[in-house]
Design a protein around this ligand. Sequence first.
Ligand code: AMP
Length: 567
Amino acid sequence: MPTSFKALAELCEKLEGMSRRVPAVNLVADFLKSLEPGEVEPAVSMILGRPFPKWSQQTLDVSWATLSEIIRRITGVDWKVFLEAFSQTGDVGSAAKVVFESCKVKRQAILFEKPLTILEVRRSFEAIAETAGHGAREKKERLIEALLSLASPLEAKYLVKIFIGEMRTGFHEGLMEQAVSRAFQIPLETVKKAGMVLGDIGTVAALIKAEGREALSKISFQVFRPVKLMLAQMANDVAEAIKEHDGKTAFEHKLDGARVQIHKCGEDVRIFSRRLTDVTRSLPEIADTVRREVKAREAIMEGEVIAIDNEGHPIPFQHLMRRFKRVHEIEDMAETIPVGLYLFDILYLDGESLITLPYHQRRQILAENAGGIPLTKQIITDSVDEAEEFLREAIDCGHEGLMAKRLNSEYTPGIRGKNWLKIKPILEPLDLVIVAAEYGYGRRCEWLSDYYLAARDAETGEFLVVGKTFKGLTNSEIIEMTKRLKELAIKEEYRKVYVTPKIVVEVAYNEIQKSPKYKCGMALRFARITRIRDDKTPEEADTIQRVREIYQKQFLKKGNIRVWNSI
Ligand code: AMP
């Protein structure tokens, strides 16, 4: 018997009201056991708030504006009902349920006629995702309307949550792994490992249900299904990295670009971004290079794509992001923002998973298969001096710092562990002046906890905002700061208080970016307050000229480009 979507919605409703994990895991495990094999993956995805499995590139792409318009149309309910329910619950799905309930009588006939099944919902999602070309928008709206018209208020609540990607039941992926482990009596570690390889817990559950636990011993990567990325933790310096990796490690240049996972099968090459979306169309020349250089029939490799100037020097990250956003006029962009690929890992080669091999061996295999594509520059050393020299070299070449990789480590998809460490030199902090502040949210709603940071223009004396942060101060410092700022207040505008520039703070940051956000044309990236500098007067604070100097220094290292001359 096909399982109804109502059963899934009722399960989610129960999960939403449960605070204890074990009973929630048991409940989901029982539900999974009751499903038909073909229902398992769609159900797992939907319980986790996803219309499709994680590896899928399909998206629903429905905005709240469109969805709310359709709900209005179907229910004919005064929208005030929605707004009131939303202000009470703060949850779009729950508010949609209230709207659907308000028009219950009119729609009852439809509901009794045709209960939705999990598979029908999945098929509708697929049809919605597949709409393309002329008239796609209207077609998509019709499909959504058809689906929601068949939904009860409770079903509508969960459909809306899946549409907008906000499940909020608290039942996350980790708990789902436990539920799958419990439902099919398979050790949690085995389930997790299978999830890493298949890239989706629903797909793992479906495989076990259909083919039994033995199927797990045979699974391997599949080309064109992106694998979750292995991630790095931070180390303070190279000495710490060497110590952490038991006295000897592989240091590599850490390039300031975008991580890519490249899948190749014959002539077909696809490139996935850090978020595992397919960005092949944005990087046609990288796909061409891989097609030309990599001789293996099948491979999954990883590397970093960086933007480069005409002489091949790296230029800042934000330029590269423009390439990723730009799908139209690709050829133009390829000319103005050339990119380069540097490989650093290989996960799979001609039918064999390589992730359990030690890193130094994977790197060797990568070198043998990369053709003319460069690998990230690497040294293997136990010497702090040599590593420091290598770090200086990386910075001088315009790179971000170093990565340290434990020589005998496996590739662990989706794990941010100590086998990969990143080392970035910290830019010198700036002393800046607070010129305005905003009230915070939640517990901080009565405190001025979000600060506008400014540098003085030595020529005009004006204080120019270069960044904003709510990070760095302790609660008691924020309370004290609120008192001081209120005394300095000039005017209040909604939640923002403008103050006379008196208080100086020391601010750490990762980078200075060109930005239209502030009048000075620059913005600090990841600013955080490291100290309150009551020992400094605003006149002694850093000037906008100094900020510009640091900004330009970044570029001297990163290759010579036009943009900074205009600031
Ligand atoms: P972060 O984004 O600061 O967590 O640093 C990790 C990121 O550095 C990775 O996801 C890659 O995008 C990037 N990266 C740059 N060079 C390398 C390298 N040689 N090995 C691994 N990751 C690198």
